[in-house]
Design a protein around this ligand. Structure first.
Ligand SMILES: Cc1cc2nc3c(=O)[nH]c(=O)nc-3n(C[C@H](O)[C@H](O)[C@H](O)COP(=O)(O)OP(=O)(O)OC[C@H]3O[C@@H](n4cnc5c(N)ncnc54)[C@H](O)[C@@H]3O)c2cc1C
Length: 340
């Protein structure tokens, strides 16, 4: 039987999660993943990888909850298996603190993480500039381990990987029967989507093994996330900024702000500086797009999964599962001869 040729564009956490979902669920498809950047050079590699979400304005909260839950359950199973060290997935506990009490004191994901509760007054004394806090246990998914682990899993499922730049989705229509676009920031050009914009983020990796609990300021700008090999200190959110090199002034600001939350940061050795461009968009785009036409006139379906902003690791498996559903729909609609 002829296999349906599926191409996934993008080798970040969204592309590889989607490629694994499709390749494992649909053995009748021959899945190829193409991208110009691979780990450790993607935005996904820069993410602290904490499972944590801010709510998108125009997507039903039920759908966002499902994305979070599917990702959490998938990664929790890995964290509790013998694969945890290879995949770089671990449980982590800590708190999020606020200078003003937020309107939503109980976020939509509060029942999906473990042990969600408010900080006590005694606990808050440690943060004199903050008046409210939430404590919980969530997952941390370190992309520099997780992406190579996903790539192995994808290849085991029969997937193929190619390094190349795609200049338009049409260019793929001659060689594939279905296109899945997971190109992150690159989707601005590939899908002609003016909503996609870079949100630059800089972080530092430091050696500070005594820090074992995370602290995140509710404004999303300052955070301390301990991981397997180092502690991530962040960060910045610079909309429209495409600079990929580290800025010393940003690093200085990060150390100063983190030091106010956790003074012992001053004793930490800085190991490296990382910069990533988040694929900013008002909402992630997980839907079917207009098909592209091959030279011979054949119309090739397109499914989009991009624009996850600052939450791509958190939503990666959930949006991949949704994308798999959209791929299945396209396959059902394909003329029978294309599938024989
Ligand atoms: C500092 C920082 C901290 C973060 N912390 C967290 C966190 O704690 N939790 C969380 O959930 N998220 C976090 N994020 C957000 C997260 O990193 C992103 O949402 C996620 O990485 C987006 O994944 P992606 O696969 O869409 O994009 P990317 O990782 O950028 O991958 C895009 C892929 O598409 C390919 N591509 C693009 N255009 C083309 C083209 N024309 N041809 C071929 N290939 C192409 C690229 O080469 C790349 O392989 C953070 C981000 C930053 C910068």
């Amino acid at each position: 039987m002829k296999r349906v040729r599926v191409v996934v564009v993008g080798a970040g956490v969204i592309g590889f999660s989607t490629a694994v979902c499709v390749a494992e669920a649909l053995p009748t498809c021959a899945v190829t993943l193409v991208a110009d950047r691979f780990s450790p050079d993607t935005t996904s590699d820069v993410a602290a990888g904490i499972l944590f979400a801010t709510q998108f304005p125009d997507i039903p909260v039920e759908r966002q909850t499902r994305w979070f839950k599917d990702s959490f359950d998938h990664l929790l199973a890995i964290a509790q298996s013998d694969q945890a060290p290879d995949a770089g997935v671990l449980l982590t506990s800590g708190c999020q603190i606020f200078r003003e009490v937020p309107t939503q004191k109980v976020p939509f994901w509060s029942e999906l993480v473990f042990g969600f509760r408010f900080l006590t007054e005694r606990e808050l004394r440690r943060f004199p500039e903050h008046c409210f806090g939430q404590a919980f246990t969530t997952l941390k998914c370190e992309s520099s381990s997780y992406l190579p682990w996903l790539e192995k899993r994808f290849r085991r499922a029969g997937g193929e990987v190619q390094q190349r730049t795609v200049s338009s989705l049409q260019e793929l229509a001659g060689s594939y029967d279905l296109i899945v676009n997971c190109s992150g920031l690159g989707a601005g050009a590939l899908a002609g989507d003016g909503q996609v914009h870079p949100v630059r983020g800089q972080v530092l990796k430091v050696r500070a093994p005594w820090i074992t609990h995370f602290i995140r300021d509710g404004d999303g700008l300052t955070y301390i996330f301990p991981g397997v090999h180092s502690v991530t200190l962040g960060g910045t959110r610079q909309a429209g900024d495409r600079r990929r090199e580290a800025d010393p002034a940003d690093s200085e600001g990060i150390l100063r702000r983190c030091g106010r939350l956790e003074p012992s940061v001053a004793a930490a050795e800085v190991l490296s500086e990382w910069v990533g461009l988040r694929p900013g968009r008002r909402n992630p785009r997980v839907e079917r797009g207009a098909p592209v036409a091959e030279d011979g006139g054949r119309r090739v379906p397109v499914v989009h999964n991009y624009g996850h902003g600052g939450g791509g690791v958190t939503l990666s498996w959930g949006t991949a599962v949704d994308t798999l559903g959209l791929v299945r729909q396209c396959l059902c609609e394909m003329p029978l001869q294309a599938r024989l």
